[in-house]
Design a protein around this ligand. Structure first.
Ligand code: SF4
Ligand code: SF4
Length: 294
């Protein structure tokens, strides 16, 4: 399979608290809130560590997981892996309990027991990994704050592309974060964090549009279009953002407020970026930047 081609920003496990397990079906649960998922994964991880590390023990663990964690899946045909849990010394991030580096696995790769098989677990990379430029990925890594927000945001390739393209268009320059050590302005991080807040708790998302994103290339579950005709109005200038956030308006006031929220985020980020670009240090970074455009 194809890995990330454009750069070397590894998104699946970033640091002690930032990680993603969205392609393992992490958010495809009845309660995908941070609180709900944390409780579910903590209990599951506790049971996993008591399970014998052999074929029978690990298959029995998966069966028990299905039994004690019932609940409708928002996307019925999107597999939720019973082996996604909490990893790290303090179990502070989402990750694969079957990974060879996982606690108690003693270097043995048990991922062959998964629904898709070990090769898919090792080699799959989502569109965000493969198509988003490094400068946007690094910014989301810095702004996410925790694994729950990160996984919900980083897998939104279309949403991120629409947001950052507009930010850079308004600022008149590309975000210049050319390497891991380059400092990122606090106000830019803060603006992106506010955008992640909107992604997680978008107030105009109707209950029949799941918080989880189905981002696979077969596009089996696409976000529905925004129905402006109910407002007797044409499409918003932010239509691509509104659609990817999952939006339904109950009246014109909703639309005005939604557009204002998005505008504020974009404007704050563009202003921070413009300010940064005007500094002598960042001009040098910009001139040396070799990233491709998305
Ligand atoms: S959805 Fe993408 S970033 Fe997240 S774990 Fe899968 S490949 Fe990694
Ligand atoms: S076994 Fe595969 S699908 Fe399941 S959590 Fe691990 S990497 Fe994800």
């Amino acid at each position: 399979m194809n890995g990330p081609a454009t750069d070397d920003v590894y998104l699946c496990q970033v640091d002690e608290t930032i990680s993603c397990g969205a392609c393992c079906g992490l958010y495809n649960v009845a309660d995908p809130t941070r609180e709900g998922l944390t409780v579910l994964l903590a209990r599951r991880t506790e049971r996993f560590h008591a399970a014998p590390r052999n074929l029978e023990g690990l298959l029995a663990f998966a069966g028990e997981t299905s039994r004690v964690e019932p609940g409708a899946r928002p996307y019925p045909e999107f597999h939720h892996c019973p082996y996604v849990g909490l990893v790290g010394d303090r179990r502070d991030r989402a990750g694969c309990l079957l990974h060879p580096l996982g606690a108690g696995n003693e270097g043995i790769d048990y991922r062959g027991l998964s629904y898709y098989g070990g090769m898919a677990c090792r080699d799959y990379f989502c569109l965000s990994c493969k198509t988003l430029p490094a400068r946007w990925k690094r910014l989301v890594c810095s702004a996410a704050g925790d694994w729950h927000r990160f996984g919900l945001m980083i897998t939104e390739a279309d949403l991120l592309r629409a947001f950052f393209s507009e930010v850079e268009r308004r600022a008149g320059c590309a975000i210049a974060i050319s390497n891991d050590d380059a400092p990122i302005p606090v106000d830019l991080v803060r603006a992106v964090s506010a955008f992640i807040d909107l992604r997680v708790d978008w107030p105009f998302r109707p209950t029949d549009i799941p918080v989880a994103n189905y981002f696979f290339e077969d596009r089996r579950y696409e976000r529905p279009p925004v129905w402006y005709h109910k407002l007797d109005a044409g499409p918003s200038g932010h239509d691509d953002l509104l659609r990817e956030l999952g939006t339904a308006f109950s009246g014109p006031a909703d639309r005005t407020r939604a557009e204002a929220l998005l505008d504020q985020c974009i404007e704050n980020a563009a202003t921070a970026l413009h300010r940064r670009a005007a500094s002598p240090m960042s001009t040098a970074i910009n001139q040396n930047r070799k990233e491709p455009t998305p």
